[in-house]
Design a protein around this ligand. Structure first.
Ligand SMILES: Nc1ncnc2c1ncn2[C@@H]1O[C@H](COP(=O)(O)OP(=O)(O)OP(=O)(O)O)[C@@H](O)[C@H]1O
Ligand SMILES: [Mg+2]
Length: 240
């Protein structure tokens, strides 16, 4: 009998994040809006991707689906080859807590906690050691070392944004999803946040998915994707 070599094992999924025919429709009244129309995307571990597109094109919707914060109308989201829609509430919460940092466009800080307490919360939930030092170091990294005792309402928009970034970095998640991370920052602070993002990527190998209108943020990403009319177009890795 002739020897037939074994075929290579099917690749489970090389992408850390994988979207398959992801569709999201919203109904309001008798109108239906297709925000994402069968979007396919694969993002490798350690890659940084900028998502661009006009207001209302579905960028925040896309990030929320990747984080499992919302359910798609159809299609699949896989993180490390696991379909997140199939996970139990507990497993999904665990996945989010251990793998994903999320910076919301609207920050979503807890108003009854101080800046330091907001940053410290995920550290405590993950039971990391030296929570005080970690919290202080994170606040320092975003230039808010002396504002830890302020409540969100006592901080400017840009300061709240930086607290939200520090909170998202707090547990050093392998995936950081950030919705307009420099949207409310002046040029100098924005440049500092950009440095922080570049540092996360190069030193920790963090996978970054950044929604942005900021050309400086888009320029540092490995890949730029443009969302419009429900479709995602890869604009490639060429510099701008
Ligand atoms: N829960 C919802 N119900 C109905 N429509 C929604 C819902 N969430 C989002 N939409 C609609 O989906 C579209 C995409 O919204 P999304 O927030 O994803 O846009 P975006 O690209 O992030 O815009 P921006 O740049 O202004 O933040 C918008 O037209 C919005 O009105
Ligand atoms: Mg948005």
């Amino acid at each position: 009998m002739q020897f037939v070599p074994e075929p290579p094992a099917p690749s489970v999924s090389s992408g850390l994040i994988r979207l398959e025919r992801l569709t999201q429709r919203f109904r309001s009244g008798d109108q239906e809006l297709t925000v994402l129309n069968e979007v396919d995307l694969e993002i490798a571990a350690g890659e940084s991707v900028a998502i661009l597109g006009p207001s209302g094109s579905g960028k925040s919707t896309l990030l929320a689906l990747i984080a499992g914060l919302d359910n798609p109308t159809s299609g699949r989201v896989l993180i490390e080859g696991r379909e997140i829609q199939n996970l139990s509430e507990d497993d999904l919460a665990m996945l989010r807590r251990s793998k994903i940092g999320f910076v919301f466009q609207s920050f979503q800080l807890l108003g009854n906690l101080t800046a330091a307490e907001n940053v410290r919360l995920p550290i405590d939930l993950a039971r990391l050691d030296r929570p005080d030092q970690r919290t202080a170091a994170l606040l320092d990294e975003v230039g808010l070392a002396d504002r830890g005792h302020h409540y969100p309402a006592q901080l400017s928009g840009g300061e709240q944004q930086r607290v939200a970034l520090a909170r998202a970095f707090a547990t050093r998640p392998p995936i950081l999803l950030a919705d307009e991370p420099t949207g409310n920052l002046d040029a100098a602070t924005g440049a500092r946040v950009l440095e922080l993002l570049a540092d996360l990527k190069s030193r920790r190998g963090t996978t970054l998915v950044l929604v942005t209108h900021d050309p400086a943020v888009a320029a540092v990403a490995d890949r730029r994707l443009y969302l419009n009319g429900g479709g995602l177009v890869d604009e490639g890795s060429g510099g701008r």
